[in-house]
Design a protein around this ligand. Sequence first.
Ligand code: DMJ
Length: 914
Amino acid sequence: MSEAGGGPGCGFPVPQRAPWSLVAATAALCLVSATSVWTAGAAPMSREEKQKLGNQVLEMFDHAYGNYMEHAYPADELMPLTCRGRVRGQEPSRGDVDDALGKFSLTLIDSLDTLVVLNKTKEFEDAVRKVLRDVNLDNDVVVSVFETNIRVLGGLLGGHSLAIMLKEKGEYMQWYNDELLQMAKQLGYKLLPAFNTTSGLPYPRINLKFGIRKPEARTGTETDTCTACAGTLILEFAALSRFTGATIFEEYARKALDFLWEKRQRSSNLVGVTINIHTGDWVRKDSGVGAGIDSYYEYLLKAYVLLGDDSFLERFNTHYDAIMRYISQPPLLLDVHIHKPMLNARTWMDALLAFFPGLQVLKGDIRPAIETHEMLYQVIKKHNFLPEAFTTDFRVHWAQHPLRPEFAESTYFLYKATGDPYYLEVGKTLIENLNKYARVPCGFAAMKDVRTGSHEDRMDSFFLAEMFKYLYLLFADKEDIIFDIEDYIFTTEAHLLPLWLSTTNQSMSKKNTTSEYTELDDSNFDWTCPNTQILFPNDPLYAQSIREPLKNVVDKSCPRGIIRVEESFRSGAKPPLRARDFMATNPEHLEILKKMGAASSIDAEDGLRFMQEMIELSSQQQKEQQLPPRAVQIVSHPFFGRVVLTAGPAQFGLDLSKHKETRGFVASSKPYNGCSELTNPEAVMGKIALIQRGQCMFAEKARNIQNAGAIGGIVIDDNEGSSSDTAPLFQMAGDGKDTDDIKIPMLFLFSKEGSIILDAIREYEEVEVLLSDKAKDRDPEMENEEQPSSENDSQNQSAEQMTSISQEIDLIDQESLEETSLNSHPESLSPADTDNAASVSPSEQNSNPAENHETTSLDGECTDLDNQLQEQSETEEDSSPNVSWGKKVQPIDSILADWNEDIEAFEMMEKDEL
Ligand code: DMJ
């Protein structure tokens, strides 16, 4: 990392028409830290403490990478709960998520340059040899062009960049002869057929062996792609062209970017989320900085940095201006419609937007970066991780968290820009939470539900590519890294590309630069780079003063979240009627309702929002009748509470959200289906009985195990291969009669989660679990016993594999397992049909009543955020854009037609993968 105080050029206007290399280098240097400036605010962190945290990151990486190599390689990814490799086709399909997996040892390739950043040069050398020896890029697999580009092509190029750096240093990689680059080139050619469209936008998927549109390819019929999918190629493709001299890659990526730029919505300068690759029509007209668009913006700015091409900066600045005008409502970033950018398209944000503060640092706009980052940190402090989506009033909208690195990335960039030790403390919290809640004996598991703390059998490759890099670099001093990180730019997957590429083979791409940009409008250029000494001139408390008002933003937010800034422009006007406040008996409310859509565009807008909110509210109420997921936490050796399984609740029996959790050893019931009086009451007495689904009602099973003295029950699905990774939450219905006699808690596990417990019994004999609404912190004594450290991790690992001493053997009756493996589910035929009544889709899992309770208490402080926005809008009124579309009075019919379209879009969004 650079020395404190800034590098050459920072803080001074970059001369116009500067040589490309200078521009690129200067932009990269804009991230210089200001550590020496910092004298107040968060206490400085000592070098020892930083080193300790850096070592902890190294140990965590070893745990993740070591388990991948030992238990999963050459598979694409590790499944950390079942401790095996994820091989596509061998596991139930997870839909689009699986398109990243091409049977090309994805995690190994994605980890290559991380090994060098973390000083594991020897391991890097081994890993490169393995890639060259084992990886086949010619598999008959349909993969995502975007994911293959950022993870595999980027991984190979990052590996190549650092391999040649090491070779030049003269110690390691002396045998290296551009083999990774040759593989990258081979892969590049494999991706090119995807660009065979009239628009030049790539198809979203390609068959690695057969390309596109041939019958064998099984792909090429798609019509749409996401903006980020088409707009996140230029760094890798240009690097490939410049490394190899083959210009075609850079040309194709430029053409796709040119097309997207042409298609921007001209009045708002925003782009939609998905686009038709043949016609160029926007398919989804909502626009934000998160899922579907995120790295398109990132690559415009970074393409300028890497390639020194002004047109990219101009485009970025134009979009950035629009983002700050319409999408940014500090601290929030909210999607809007590209044609009606003053109209919010969502009432929730997705986790991918957490990269944006980091990009704002690169752009030099520190203030909103600090604000959004702080807001995100408050959400993390509440849920330990950033849920995949959360509402404007900070409730969980989509509870998953696949160990995404974006927040760590922004934390790193903010630390570099401000030198504020506060960001080191933030990084420390991230490390603690990962170890405490995501670490499992065989790696790190994604969170299935941040509210229950339950896990998913998934460790994505980006966790190794990005998370460990950013966390390690956060605590590292310059001398801790064997090369100068400032000489490289990070791709969206945190792969490193050298800045010297800006001056290599550049002439080949220049001829393709759109003529539109030969004459630049310099007014759109911010030629200065952020200077931390100017940003924090004599006030080291600057960043803290920006964060301070946001400290309680999550806890004190008003349940209906934000109001749009423009609402407050209507000075003196009454606040609009919100759906949640509406009372049919209130004459004033009825009067307002009548006016909506009739008098003015403002009333019409209120009407639209009102209707939208009504729909949301009613679907919310429906969802709230569903019970939230529960957790089964394995607390005995060697799990010690680390493995948390997502469990479906029961509509009868002990309510775990109201009562204390139930803890006990598990025992299989006989008969295993639990449909008659148990023949082994002595085995289940005082224990949690395992019962297989099927052949009778859930309530009947509960009664039978209760009569045998069980203190709880876990019903395990008999549909082999079912898993909470792929199936919606399942809840067990009663039998349509009074179930008050059932006093014990009952939970449901899909077959895969159930088999984790059954496997544990086979291996460790005594397995103790905790049934609860939310995973509990681990037993501190056990925690100490298992405290990871870089020195003894391998010992811990082998200790973890050890079988505990058996005290009481309670093996599963294999015979009854087999005999009851039936497909029929009589319980699902009853009026309380669980299959029909109990499925809740992942996007619908936002109905945790406890959580709603937390955020719906309206006290005097709950309007803080609204007030902040109000205050902010008062000071920003003059500079805020006027809403030109708002001046027209739109007929109600057309408003309703538009609105219907919007509702459809909302529904589509709900279904979308992030
Ligand atoms: C990564 O693969 C990349 O950062 C990508 O741009 C989007 N997000 C994932 C990680 O969350």
